[in-house]
Design a protein around this ligand. Sequence first.
Ligand SMILES: C[S@@+](CC[C@H](N)C(=O)[O-])C[C@H]1O[C@@H](n2cnc3c(N)ncnc32)[C@H](O)[C@@H]1O
Length: 380
Amino acid sequence: MTPGARISAAVEVLDLILAGQPAEQALLRWSRASRFAGSGDRAAVRDLVFDALRCRNSHAALGGALTGRGLMIGGLRAAGGDPAGLFTGEGHAPVPLAAGEGTGSAGEVSDIPDWLAPLWNNSLGADADAVAAALRQRAPVWLRVNTLKATPAEALRALAENGIAATPDPRLATALRVTENERRLSQGRAYRDGLVELQDLSPQLACAALPVAPGMRVLDYCAGGGGKTLAVAARAKGLVLVAHDADPARMRDLPQRAERAGVKVRLEADPAGRFDLVIVDAPCSGSGTWRRTPDAKWRLTEAALRDLVALQAEILRKAARHVPPGRHLAYMTCSVLDPENDGQVTAFLRDHPDFRQVSRHLWTPLDAGDGFFLSVLTRQ
Ligand SMILES: C[S@@+](CC[C@H](N)C(=O)[O-])C[C@H]1O[C@@H](n2cnc3c(N)ncnc32)[C@H](O)[C@@H]1O
């Protein structure tokens, strides 16, 4: 596909998304209908679409319309290019610009939804603008070295066999930032043999901060694909790991992932008993990860956020029953919004006076990874 044809494809996909289709679904639909597109084309169209969604409001303002075409015109202008060079109407390129089309200005336009702006500013304080700006950029790819199978040096050597370059983070030697050839990951030995897992830096830092000791019984109450279960598994020997999720289908890949990582995990639909550590990686707005899922930023509504906060409170209440005195409850979200984080913890502590917070941390994209919140509570 020519660069112009890729722009036309992105326009088509963006129009589907603006009409309400989730981004992944719209991309899949385009892909299925476009057998002529090679893997490089698919990746390029995906990048164009996601770049546009990260900057939806400002690019629409620059491009003069909140349409796929307006977003593409605005994106090209934001990058310092001249859209007329690609909007030629030749081959499969979009039709040329009409007189006066795409001459708008982004001025002070924000890429945080209007309804959310006050809450965003309250939650992030002095960092609010910088974090909003960071969400306009692509997210880096991070790997976690599975120390059950490899040292960071061994993992780096295995990655290099496929030309994948990565650098350890100064805060956590087992967190590797991929700097070259990330798209080759799934083909390589390092990933296939479980030497590394795909995991963002912030959840890695959060899991490294959990109170874990050999032989402990750990319940991952919202286990999903098991990212946190596997990260905790690598922290100490002889752990008894139990994974639960209200939607067991979300844990479908966990047995295979655990086997690849060399970890034993018991999946339980109805966990019973008490644990030394209960992890609640709660369903949330995902506002800390909007660089990766930018359409979620525009789909979130005030009502949906309220429902999520209520669900998180209910999950915390249920999970707390599995924590005996002297043991820990770790509450996590990949959100930077206060009602899902400190607000949630404050409400929990008000209703559960036998718990107290022992540590708390909010990471934002300014720390290099995604936005992520951790509060470690203990029962007295
Ligand atoms: C943020 S995701 C978990 C991601 C996972 N821990 C990981 O690292 O891959 C939240 C999970 O909570 C689950 N969930 C939603 N409601 C729940 C509930 N009432 N009890 C337990 N899990 C629930 C969802 O199905 C979803 O898999």
